[in-house]
Design a protein around this ligand. Structure first.
Ligand code: TXA
Ligand code: MG
Length: 362
């Protein structure tokens, strides 16, 4: 199959909606990352999603919806969400979250209705739902006249694509069309929040909606699953440790380069390195190059996620930076870490740290 990138004209979106209805998958832009979209209520489309990504079937999908006013009542009407066992407190919180953050980078884990296919939820009694904030995604969902399941459009375990071109690299030959909605504004996946029957709120995946905004809205502290310790008790099964990974080895430093007193230990095992990629979170690229040239006897390709220290820009640039280093002639990638000061500064620091830690796990 030849994969074509299409401009998001009304005609092309209609063409993609027709392809979806015929059981094909579409590369769909969202504000977070590009998704691999298929009809949520068609098992054949769902099976294709898993096979095109080589994704294990135990890893459930997010249903993408396009609601009118975005209220829990709308969700119930869509027949996705079953409020029967939910306390008033739980419903109140879900309603607040939906009204305030949809459309947007918030995925809610809710008790599912029977009609939601087990294939989409990997047999779990809950369903993940979000309304994306991208006009092309909304138009596509509306024209397809169905919620769309859409995991990030990367091969399982790899870097999520944030442009139509990167989506093509991941899905070439597997899907007919990719709608080009431009580079993703957020650059990191949605934040996944579970509201339990009695109204407890937990964060299952750190993402591009800052947790402190959710805490401010609900007036409570939200339990963040620990970045290292949740594999044993997996609530979001896709949150495996080795995710978002470049093909080249990525080493995460435990402190910024300028605080290193000696070469990091892994470096001793690299024989005659010629060129390395180097990521700084918010440092200056030229300063980093000078420092790195003093420390390492090899050529350096430095990237700063945001020289001006803007957290939104850091998130937006993370996956595209990993991708360009992966495609460069560097042999391996070194990244400076998220520091305690950064964590205190902005909630996106946690989401970036989560992705870097997972990308560096082998
Ligand atoms: O920003 C996003 O959320 C992107 C865009 C395309 O919308 N999508 C995305 O999908 O990141 P994916 O499939 O790459 O990640 C979905 C995550 C997985 O970790 C999965 O385990 C979790 O959501 N998930 C889905 N349903 C769940 C459920 N019922 N309970 C717990 N976790 C669930
Ligand atoms: Mg993913």
């Amino acid at each position: 199959m030849k994969t074509e990138i299409l401009q998001p004209t009304e005609e092309n979106i209609a063409k993609c909606a027709a392809a979806l209805q015929a059981g094909e998958l579409i590369g769909m832009p969202t504000e977070t990352v590009y998704g691999l979209a298929g009809l949520a209520f068609q098992n054949e489309s769902l099976l294709k999603i898993f096979s095109s990504k080589s994704r294990p079937h135990f890893d459930p999908l997010i249903l993408h919806v396009a609601l009118g006013k975005a209220t829990t009542a709308d969700l119930m009407c869509e027949g996705l969400f079953n409020p029967d066992e939910m306390s008033d407190e739980a419903i109140r919180k879900i309603d607040l979250l939906i009204r305030n953050f949809w459309p947007g980078a918030l995925t809610l884990i809710l008790p599912k209705k029977k009609i939601v296919p087990d294939l989409a939820t990997s047999g779990l009694p809950s369903v993940a739902v979000r309304m994306p904030a991208h006009p092309v995604a909304i138009d596509l969902i509306r024209m397809a006249d169905s919620p769309l399941c859409a995991p990030s459009a990367n091969q399982f375990g790899r870097i999520s694509p944030t442009t139509a071109e990167a989506t093509l690299k991941e899905m070439d030959g597997k899907i007919p069309y990719i709608l080009d909605g431009g580079p993703c504004l957020k650059g990191i996946e949605s934040t996944i929040i579970e509201v339990t029957e009695d109204g407890d709120v937990k964060c299952l995946r750190l993402g591009s909606l800052e947790i402190e905004k959710i805490e401010a809205l609900l007036g409570e502290k939200i339990k963040k699953i620990s970045i290292d310790a949740h594999e044993k008790n997996l609530k979001a099964p896709g949150q495996l440790q080795n995710h978002y990974a470049p093909k080249k080895p990525l080493y995460l430093l435990d402190r910024p380069l300028k605080e290193l007193n000696s070469l990091p230990s892994f470096f001793q095992n690299i024989k005659n390195p010629k060129k390395m990629g180097l990521i700084t979170i918010q440092g200056n690229v030229e300063e980093l190059r000078i420092l790195a040239n003093e420390m390492f006897e090899c050529e350096v390709y430095p990237i700063s996620l945001s020289e001006k220290g803007d957290w939104n820009e850091c998130a937006k640039n993370l996956f595209s930076s990993l991708r360009s280093l992966d495609e460069s002639d560097c042999e391996f990638i070194l990244s400076e870490p998220i520091t305690e000061k950064m964590r205190l500064e902005n909630g996106l620091a946690y989401a970036i740290e989560d992705r870097l830690k997972k990308a560096s796990k082998k």
